[in-house]
Write a protein that binds this ligand. Sequence first.
Ligand SMILES: Nc1ncnc2c1ncn2[C@@H]1O[C@H](COP(=O)(O)OP(=O)(O)OP(=O)(O)O)[C@@H](O)[C@H]1O
Length: 282
Amino acid sequence: MQRFEERPLLEVENLTKQYGPGCDECGQPGRPGLIKNYCPSCGTVYACSDVSLDVFPGEILGIVGESGSGKSTLMQCLYFDQEVTAGTLTISDPELAGENLFGVSSQRKRYIRNHKYGMVYQNPVKGLRMDFSAISNIAEKQIAAGGRHVGNMQSAGERLLDVVSIPLFRMKEEPRNFSGGMQQRVQIAKALSNDPPILFLDEVTTGLDLSVQAAVIDLIKQIQRDLGISMIVVSHDLAVIRMLADRTLVMLNGRVIESGLTDQILEDPHHAYTQQLVYSLL
Ligand SMILES: Nc1ncnc2c1ncn2[C@@H]1O[C@H](COP(=O)(O)OP(=O)(O)OP(=O)(O)O)[C@@H](O)[C@H]1O
């Protein structure tokens, strides 16, 4: 088993994202009045309720759950695509230490995204400019992270395309001409182009053929092995999480219902919903 440093790289405490005003019924600790993630008294939806997690250096944390369980909202909050209702986010980095990053200015959030984060979306259209060449897509992120030397950016871009197995003779092509698997590879290269300590992967294999899925999963594992980047991987598919994640959180109705080493969860699932997920793999 992999060993991780003792201090988490990223820590989230009690992240809550609600849509609606909330009321006395759903505002109580533990939110006893909710039906699933919904308050029948005031109509508020709790997409995420009091979610806490940590990710250690070099670790892959998996987040699994059915549609509507809150995984995407959680990812969007961590990536600052959404404002949280409550909660704290800290990253153990000399430039960011001690700050609740959910509370910083939008300029500072942009800095963190450009310098500390990589993101790979399920839909490549969200992560790539389809009318820029593959290498220009990478350059766009390099420039956002402060890159200015064209020669250096070009050689780093070529190296990244090589890492993700995009043939260099295709680097000037627009990703719209690429297959779904190739588009995901370019997204991964772009996400890595600022040397981020943390990479987010949101349903990155969903919708791909099984063989292409397997190749993308292999690539992600290879990147973890070679670069030691911490990753948060969201998927509705426990089979994907099983192949990738060192530790796993299971979400249901906006809450974390179970967490632990992925192997332990697979061998001894406690919650009835997790048991269902595990049996569906058999
Ligand atoms: N803008 C919004 N307004 C109200 N409710 C929302 C909004 N966005 C999401 N929700 C609700 O929040 C809950 C969590 O949604 P979320 O998309 O995070 O789930 P998910 O697990 O990622 O599912 P999927 O994979 O289908 O996107 C759902 O009940 C959803 O209906």
